[in-house]
Design a protein around this ligand. Structure first.
Ligand SMILES: NC(=O)c1ccc[n+]([C@@H]2O[C@H](COP(=O)([O-])OP(=O)(O)OC[C@H]3O[C@@H](n4cnc5c(N)ncnc54)[C@H](OP(=O)(O)O)[C@@H]3O)[C@@H](O)[C@H]2O)c1
Length: 429
C-alpha cells in the first residue's frame, strides 16, 4: 500500500527537526499508522542552501503550485513562519481540500478562528500543536485531556527567550543588555529580539490558548502586554528580598463572567512552582474545575521539541484520514458570554524613590487610601542617602485606580520618581 504523501513548507529549524524525526522514526510511525508517511515535496526559498540533511534534489521546490496542485499530497505542513505568505498558503491548501499542520503562532493567533471554520466547512483538519509551548502538548491537553473541565485559569511562562534572560539576571545579577547578548550568543534570542522581549510572541500564544480553553477569541493586539525591557537588576534584587522571582507571565483567568487576559512581568512567590521554571524552559499552570491544578513543563522551542509536536499532529491527521473520521474542530465554549477584561484586578509591587525624611510614608499611604488602594507590605531601606527606595506591595486593586493614586503621589516634592510598577501573581490558579 502506498504511503500518505505530505509536503513540508520551510526547511529551517523546525522543518529540519520534522524531517529528522520522520526519517528516524519511520518504522515506528508506519507501525502506528499502518502505512508510511512520505515527504513528497519540500518548499524552500533557496534550493542550493546546505541544510545539513540529505534531501533528494527532486523533492525540493521553490514553487508553491508544485505542492498545492499535486493531488497526491494530502497533508501540508507549514513551517515557513510569519504572517505572509504563510496565511495565504494555508488558506489555499484548505480550500483545495488538503489537511494542514502548522507551528505558526502568528497565523493561528491572527486568523485561527477563520481558518478553523474554513477547515470545518471543507471537511479537512487543521492542527497547530507546535504553535504554543514547542514540545509541550498543551493544545491537546486543553482540547482533549481536559475536555471534561471548565478551565478557570491559565498562567504560563510561554516565551523561552525572556525566561532565559530573566534567569541570567536573577542568578548572576546581570543587567538586561548583557543577558540579552548572552541569549543571542547561545541562540535563544533572535538577532531582532523585539517580538520576544516586548511580549508580542507571548501575546500570540496566549490568544491561541484562551481561544482553545475558553472559546473566546481575543486578537493578540488587544491583549494588554508589557515586555521585560524595563526590568532592572534592582527590581530583581528587591523582589528576591521579599521572597519573589520575576517572570514574564501570560495570564488568562475567568471570573464572574469576565476574562482577565494579559502578558506582564510579574513577581511570583518563590513557593509557586512557576518560580522554579528557569533558563529557556516553558511551563503552563492550568486550573480546571474537576482536575484542579496541573503544571506542564518542558522545552518551549527548538528543532526537535517543536518537531515532536508537529510530527504528532501529522500522525494524528494521517490516522484520521485512514479511519475516515474527519471530525470538525470543536473548541470549548463557556456557555456564557465572557467579557474581556484586559488587565483586571491584581496585587502590585511599587518601587518609589523618595526623600529620606519622616512623614513620607504617611503622606503616600494617605493618598493610596483615598483611592481605595490598601497596602499589604512595605519595605523602606534608609541607607543614609538623600533618596532611598520605598517598596510597597498592595492588596488586590484595579490598575486604573492605582495609576490615579500614583499620578498624585508623583507630584509630591518628596517623591523623586515612581520607579517601577509590577504585578504580583500570588494566586495559585
Ligand atoms: N524555531 C523554533 O524553535 C520554533 C518553535 C515553535 C514554533 N516555531 C514556528 O515554526 C515556524 C518555523 O520556524 P523556524 O524557526 O523553523 O523558521 P526558519 O528557521 O526561519 O525557517 C523558515 C524556512 O521557511 C523557508 N521560507 C521562508 N519564507 C519562505 C517563502 N516565502 N517561500 C518558501 N520558503 C520560505 C525558509 O527557506 P530557506 O531556508 O530557503 O531560506 C526556511 O527553510 C514559525 O512559524 C515559528 O514561529 C518555531
Amino acid at each position: 500500500m502506498n504511503g500518505i504523501k505530505i509536503a513540508v513548507l520551510g526547511l529551517g529549524n523546525v522543518g529540519r527537526g520534522v524531517w529528522k524525526i520522520l526519517h528516524k522514526q519511520q518504522d515506528m510511525i508506519k507501525e502506528y499508522i499502518g502505512i508510511p508517511i512520505e515527504i513528497k515535496k519540500v518548499l524552500v526559498r533557496d534550493v542550493s542552501k546546505n541544510r545539513g540533511i540529505d534531501v533528494p534534489p527532486h523533492v525540493l521546490t521553490t514553487n508553491i503550485d508544485d505542492v498545492l496542485l499535486d493531488e497526491d499530497i494530502q497533508i501540508i505542513v507549514e513551517l515557513i513562519g510569519g504572517l505572509h505568505p504563510a496565511y495565504e498558503y494555508i488558506r489555499k491548501a484548505i480550500e483545495m481540500g488538503k489537511h494542514v499542520v502548522t507551528a505558526n503562532k502568528a497565523v493561528i493567533a491572527s486568523y485561527g478562528k477563520e481558518l478553523i471554520q474554513l477547515a470545518n466547512e471543507r471537511k479537512v483538519l487543521l492542527r497547530f500543536e507546535g504553535s504554543v509551548g514547542g514540545g509541550i502538548p498543551i493544545i491537546a491537553a486543553l482540547s482533549k485531556s481536559f475536555a471534561a473541565n471548565e478551565i478557570e485559569a491559565i498562567v504560563g511562562i510561554i516565551n523561552g527567550t525572556t525566561n532565559y534572560i530573566l534567569t541570567q539576571m536573577t542568578r548572576y545579577g546581570m543587567d538586561f543588555k548583557t543577558a540579552l547578548h548572552l541569549a543571542q550568543e547561545k541562540g535563544y534570542a533572535e538577532a531582532d529580539p523585539t517580538s520576544d522581549i516586548e511580549g508580542e510572541d507571548a501575546a500570540f500564544k496566549l490568544s491561541i490558548l484562551a481561544f482553545i480553553a475558553f472559546g473566546v477569541y481575543v486578537p493578540p493586539q488587544d491583549i494588554p502586554r508589557e515586555g521585560i525591557t524595563r526590568i532592572s537588576e534592582k527590581e530583581i534584587q528587591y523582589a528576591a528580598q521579599l521572597g519573589y522571582t520575576i517572570k514574564l507571565l501570560a495570564v488568562a483567568r475567568k471570573h464572574e463572567g469576565k476574562i482577565d487576559i494579559h502578558v506582564h512581568p510579574a513577581l511570583v512567590p518563590n513557593t509557586h512552582p512557576l518560580a522554579a521554571v528557569n533558563d529557556e524552559f516553558n511551563a503552563l499552570f492550568i486550573k480546571g474545575d474537576a482536575v484542579g491544578e496541573i503544571m506542564m513543563y518542558g522545552k518551549g522551542a527548538g528543532s526537535l521539541p517543536t518537531g515532536s509536536a508537529v510530527v504528532s499532529d501529522i500522525m494524528d491527521v494521517a490516522c484520521a484520514i485512514l479511519s475516515g473520521r474527519i471530525m470538525p474542530y470543536t473548541y470549548k465554549h463557556s456557555g456564557q458570554e465572557l467579557r474581556i477584561n484586559g488587565e483586571g484586578e491584581g496585587e502590585y509591587y511599587i518601587r518609589l524613590e523618595v526623600v529620606d525624611k519622616p512623614g513620607v510614608l504617611g503622606k503616600i499611604s494617605t493618598v493610596l487610601g483615598n483611592h481605595g488602594v490598601s497596602i499589604a507590605s512595605v519595605v523602606q531601606r534608609g541607607r543614609g542617602e538623600r533618596i532611598v527606595p520605598l517598596v510597597l506591595i498592595t492588596h488586590n486593586v484595579e490598575r486604573k485606580r492605582l495609576d490615579r493614586a500614583l499620578e498624585e503621589i508623583e507630584k509630591f516634592d518628596v517623591v523623586e520618581e515612581v520607579a517601577s510598577i509590577l504585578r504580583v501573581e500570588s494566586h495559585s490558579g
